[in-house]
Design a protein around this ligand. Structure first.
Ligand SMILES: [Zn+2]
Length: 69
C-alpha cells in the first residue's frame, strides 16, 4: 500500500492515526479497537465495515512488547 496514502488516512471516528497491518491487510485504530479492511488495495474507511478487535488485540501492552516496566 502507498505510504503517502497511508499517512493521509485517519480514523473516521476519532481522527486518530491508523496502524497498517500488512499481513492482515487492515488499518487499525487502537483507540476505537476497530480494524478497517483493505480491499484490493483500497482502504474501506467505514465504521460499519470495520472489524471489532478482540480486547487482547487492542491492549497497548500485549505479550512480547517491550513496555515501560
Ligand atoms: Zn478511531
Amino acid at each position: 500500500m502507498d505510504k503517502e496514502l497511508l499517512a493521509m488516512l485517519v480514523c473516521p471516528l476519532c481522527n486518530g492515526k491508523l496502524k497498517y497491518d500488512r499481513e492482515a491487510q487492515e488499518l487499525i485504530c487502537l483507540y476505537d479497537g476497530l480494524a478497517y479492511p483493505i480491499q484490493e488495495g483500497i482502504p474501506v474507511m467505514l465504521p460499519e465495515e470495520a472489524r471489532v478487535m478482540d480486547a487482547d488485540e487492542k491492549l497497548p501492552t500485549s505479550p512480547g512488547r517491550t513496555g515501560d516496566l
